[in-house]
Design a protein around this ligand. Structure first.
Ligand code: HMG
Length: 389
């Protein structure tokens, strides 16, 4: 029997601030039904001036290191598409903030929202090669579209850290995977922009195409039949997208796709995403956290995952929940992380959205806003300065 490998611990973090969709709707004159029902979003996380993908990632990963120590962690994989540097991995800053040993490799991965799933699979490969090792996989993103664009309602920010190793306490990741790639321009962000460009309706069609492709490949590699799964966790750019995707999959395989069947299969997975918004690479793993934190006992049940990243790459894979997993969940801490956010009005959100660092190489301190454990203190000589609070 092959070694069991998977997620041993999972922890999330989100931002200091939150913008309710009611405030956005009031500002732009949209009927709130479009946000609450049409896209299924209540609010979105907004980073403070001194928060970014590094501070969020470190905040998500610190409790994992506090619980398990750093022994055996020889690799840190940092998945993001809101990178802060073209050369240096954001993970190196996190490695330093967490005080991880120097005998460690750290790397950043990118393929839109899919990156963390690649990270998880690569981590499993490393652990299979040397079962004494553990890999820290971090997904951290700030989703940012232009103000006054249709994408504005689908922003958000969060990080999820996962410890991957043998005999996992939470979720065993299974083989096989179904994978899919297609060269499409549905969503992208050229290096000279800090907001994403998107063809919204094309992106929904590309996502649905990828669901079909990944599932087809999964079945061709002897994956489980659809009826084996207790729940499905989809990438959630907005929570209604998960409903569209699952309906598409059910129609594709010829199963009933009524509202109740779909809600039963994925309703619990949307609780965090509906109030956090799109967190790109972290989104599908926030869905997993929401499911595990709320569901009745899922011991020995299989969960189906569909990870999608625009551009596009998708993967369908399965995980089986491990006996005793509930003792290892961080439900209370997850709720605290979400509930601690302070509500912004639209003007304050807009000001934060428009903030950029001058590119003159000078000393630029950031205002102290975050109450999180780490902060971006400023930029000095083009170098980002991070500190523990
Ligand atoms: P839009 O054009 O503003 O909205 O864009 P719409 O007119 O399509 O309306 C949205 C839904 O609300 C529709 O429902 C309306 O009927 C409904 P649907 O027909 O889709 O079922 N609606 C209402 N419902 C109730 N009461 C009302 C009402 N009015 C309308 N009063 C869009 C929406 C999501 C396209 C836009 O926000 C956008 O471009 N977002 C960014 C792109 C995105 O999230 N794409 C998702 C797939 S791609 C992906 O997941 C990858 C991504 O995460 C990036 C990555 O991989 O890195 C984005």
């Amino acid at each position: 029997m092959s070694t069991s490998i998977g997620i041993h611990d999972l922890s999330l973090a989100t931002t200091e601030f939150v913008l309710p969709h009611t405030a956005l709707a009031e500002y732009n004159g949209t009927d709130i039904g479009k946000y609450h029902v049409g896209i299924g979003q209540q609010s979105m996380s907004v980073p403070a001036a001194d928060e970014d993908i590094v501070t969020l990632a470190a905040a998500a990963a610190a409790p994992i290191i506090a619980r398990h120590g750093s022994d055996g962690i020889r690799t840190v994989i940092f998945a993001t598409e809101s990178s802060i540097d073209q050369a240096k991995s954001a993970g190196v800053y996190v490695h330093s903030l967490l005080g991880l040993p120097s005998a460690c490799r750290v790397v950043e991965l990118k393929q839109a929202c899919y990156g963390a799933t690649a990270g998880l699979q690569f981590a499993i490969g490393l652990v299979r090669r040397d079962p004494t090792q553990r890999v820290l996989v971090i997904a951290s993103d700030v989703s940012k579209y232009d103000l006054d664009s249709p994408g504005e309602a689908t922003q958000g920010a969060a990080a999820v850290a996962m410890l991957v190793g043998t005999d996992p306490a939470v979720l065993r990741i299974e083989e096989p995977s179904g994978v899919f790639t297609a060269d499409v321009m549905d969503f992208w962000r050229p290096n000279y922009r800090d907001t994403a460009l998107v063809d919204g309706h094309e992106s929904i069609a590309a996502y649905l195409q990828a669901v079909e492709g990944a599932w087809k490949d999964y079945t061709e590699h002897d994956g489980r039949p659809l009826e084996d799964f207790a729940a499905f966790v989809y990438h959630q750019p907005f929570t209604k997208m998960a409903y569209k995707a699952h309906r598409h999959l059910l129609d594709y395989v010829g199963f009933a796709s009524d509202k109740d069947t779909i809600s039963k299969a994925l309703g619990l997975t949307t609780a965090y995403n509906t109030v956090i918004g799109n967190s790109y690479t972290a989104s599908v793993y926030l869905g997993l956290a929401a499911l595990l934190d709320q569901a009745e006992d899922l011991t020995d049940r299989s969960i189906g995952f569909l990870s999608y990243g625009s551009g596009s790459v998708a993967e369908f894979f399965a995980g089986t929940v491990v006996p005793g997993y509930r003792e290892h969940l961080r439900t209370e801490a997850h709720h605290e992380s979400i509930d601690r956010r302070k509500t912004l009005d639209y003007a304050a959100y807009r000001e934060l959205h428009q903030r950029t660092f001058p590119a003159d190489g000078g000393d630029h301190l950031t205002p102290a806003q975050t109450s999180g454990p780490f902060r971006l203190a400023g930029l000095r000589g083009h170098k980002r300065i991070y500190e523990a609070r």
